[in-house]
Design a protein around this ligand. Structure first.
Ligand SMILES: [Zn+2]
Length: 130
């Protein structure tokens, strides 16, 4: 897939290497998720990309037990809001063998950033010993 949006392309390029980078506004310091060409807080176009740690904690989650479409046969799977260590909360998947073992606050690390067809699909996995 060839993205038309250069901002999205920048995000995807990083995720292809399992690196999560987001733009930060150089005028008001807002870290911007979902990436876009202007700061949603102050409308500045002065942005600088910043590589993040790729870590966070589970803020909230649900277990989907009936996958449909591309998720058929992959159930149960976890859909979660992960609060990145740097602040933004991102809608994600959490790859965990036993979804019922997941807890709010579980430490997670980015394990995959793109789907097989190149779309942004953040997937995290629990950190060891969390
Ligand atoms: Zn700003």
């Amino acid at each position: 897939m060839t993205p038309h949006d250069p901002v999205l392309a920048r995000l995807q390029d990083g995720l292809a290497e399992r690196k999560l980078a987001l733009p930060r506004c150089t005028d008001c310091a807002t870290l911007i998720w979902y990436p876009r060409a202007r700061c949603p807080h102050c409308m500045s176009e002065s942005l600088a990309w910043e590589e993040l740690s790729g870590t966070g904690t589970v803020y909230s989650y649900t277990v989907n037990r009936r996958g449909q479409g591309e998720y058929a046969g992959h159930d149960p799977f976890v859909i979660a809001y992960v609060e990145l260590a740097e602040g933004p909360r991102v809608l994600s998947h959490v790859d965990i063998p036993t979804p019922t073992a997941l807890r709010v606050g579980t430490l997670v690390r980015l394990s995959q950033g793109l789907s097989e067809d190149g779309h942004v699909r953040l997937t995290f996995a629990p950190e060891e010993n969390s």
